[in-house]
Design a protein around this ligand. Structure first.
Ligand code: HSE
Length: 437
């Protein structure tokens, strides 16, 4: 049998502890699959005394993850620290420079430094595996990196943040407040250390940036993503969406357009009958549309210790199965040097349908004035309905508009004019509608 694969793990939070547990519990099966033992021989975490409920015996302890990456007797460095700079970046770089394979679940790090790290890994002939960084346990990286060779991707979109999907699902199903749902997501170990990364869409954006690179062969451009989170979504939006035959999801979308590649993260109305609308709770889903295959939809557990550990262990097993002389595939599906500059499509050119919810004063002519501003901007309406606002305020009305396909620029101009007209009592709500099968 080949020599034992020695693994060093940096970071023992929810995911790190689950990885250690799975590697121990499934040791015999992994040995059968990989043809060699896998052993955790080095560990680094903040607090050596904390009881994490896992057996760490036999592993050398390092206070400093960078030292572990440099000095420990390991073949694979597993980074589960998180963050795009500091010890996470320094330790991954050190491990790659030292010619060690790296497995990471760190989407923020890859979104910012992925191409530079890929260049080092490819130069050193080692693997940089990151299945757990996008969509938790769903094998979307393997699918895009390996299984779709020869396909040209037109659009990739998905529910990439378990915390947001969990919150939106429970708000709709149980009428709970945003805050109540977020607390539960934190308690269950789905949310990031700083949950604003989840709810303001940054976590989805990091994952989308990685998928965009794999889909379009472009350099990662996380700073060029249009970003809106879910913290402004109210029960009024969720109810109105339901009445109109839609459900609200936080989507990350990357799409090839005539003017470049659109990358956007925002709350989105998807038809209630679509497959993606049936993805509930912490489950993630990724839809990939290609010229040869058509549409592929992958869905599965997107966050939490076990889901993420499943992907990390899969990446470690891939390394255990590789052998000296084996030609490692490039990190982003093609050599890092071949990745093209990202050509950004402007958000103002985005074309699609829109949901617009306005709270207006109940005065003669307001409804007509709103409709006129839409017409002035060449926006064709699919529907316009007026409700009393339901909060016992008889002088206020809610006007809900659904547009046919129009542009972001036209909608922004129309809403700006309506706001200037002085009929609104509250901030207008605009939610984009996404075509989904
Ligand atoms: N906070 C992330 C989520 C964890 O909720 O999806 C998985 O990346």
């Amino acid at each position: 049998m080949a020599e034992t694969l020695r693994v060093g793990i940096a970071g023992l939070g929810t995911v790190g502890a689950s990885v250690v547990r799975v590697l121990r519990d499934k040791a015999a099966e992994l040995t059968r699959q990989c043809g060699r033992d896998i052993a955790v021989t080095a560990i680094s975490a903040r607090d050596p005394k904390r009881d994490r409920g896992v057996d760490l015996s036999g592993a050398e302890w390092f206070d400093d993850p960078v030292k572990l990456a440099e000095k420990a007797n390991i073949d694979v460095f597993v980074e589960l620290i998180g963050g795009d700079e500091g010890p996470a970046r320094a330790s991954v770089r050190t491990a790659l420079d030292a010619g060690r394979h790296v497995v990471t679940a760190n989407k923020a790090l890859l979104a910012k430094h992925g191409v530079a790290l890929a260049e080092i890994a490819e130069k050193r002939g080692v693997l940089l595996n990151y299945e757990a960084a996008v969509a938790g346990g769903i094998p979307v990286i393997k699918t895009m990196r390996e299984a779709l060779a020869g396909n040209s991707v037109n659009r990739v979109f998905g529910i990439l943040n378990g915390t947001c999907n969990y919150i939106l699902t429970r708000m709709e199903a149980e009428g709970l407040t945003f805050e109540e749902c977020l607390k539960d997501a934190q308690r269950l170990g789905y949310a990031e250390a700083d949950p604003t990364f989840d709810i303001e869409g940054n976590d989805t954006a990091h994952k989308l940036a990685i998928l965009t690179s794999l889909a379009f062969g472009s350099r990662i451009a996380a700073d060029d993503i249009y970003l809106e989170g879910i913290s402004n979504i109210t029960q009024a939006d969720i109810r109105a969406a339901g009445e109109l035959g839609y459900r609200i999801k936080l989507l990350g979308v990357a799409q090839r357009t005539e003017s470049g590649i659109e990358q956007r993260v925002h709350p989105t109305m998807v038809p209630t009958a679509s497959v993606i609308a049936q993805v509930h709770g912490v489950t993630n889903a990724v839809a990939i549309e290609t010229d040869i295959l058509g549409e592929l939809l992958l869905s599965g557990p997107g966050a939490g210790g076990n889901a993420t550990a499943s992907a990390v262990v899969g990446d470690i097993a891939d390394i255990a199965k590789s052998r000296p002389g084996f030609q490692h595939g490039p990190v982003f599906g093609r050599p890092a040097k071949e990745l093209q500059p990202y050509r950004k499509a402007r958000m103002r050119s985005h074309a699609g349908g829109y949901f617009i919810r306005l709270t207006v004063l109940d005065r003669v002519g307001v409804f007509a004035a709103v409709a006129k501003r839409m017409a002035d901007n060449d926006i064709s309406l699919e529907s316009i309905v007026q409700h009393s606002d339901g909060k016992g305020e008889p002088d206020k009305k809610t006007v809900i508009l659904v547009t046919h396909e129009t542009t972001e620029a036209a909608v922004r101009k129309a809403v700006e004019s309506i706001t200037k007209d002085g009929h609104l009592t509250d901030k207008p709500q605009v939610i984009r509608i996404e075509r989904a099968g």
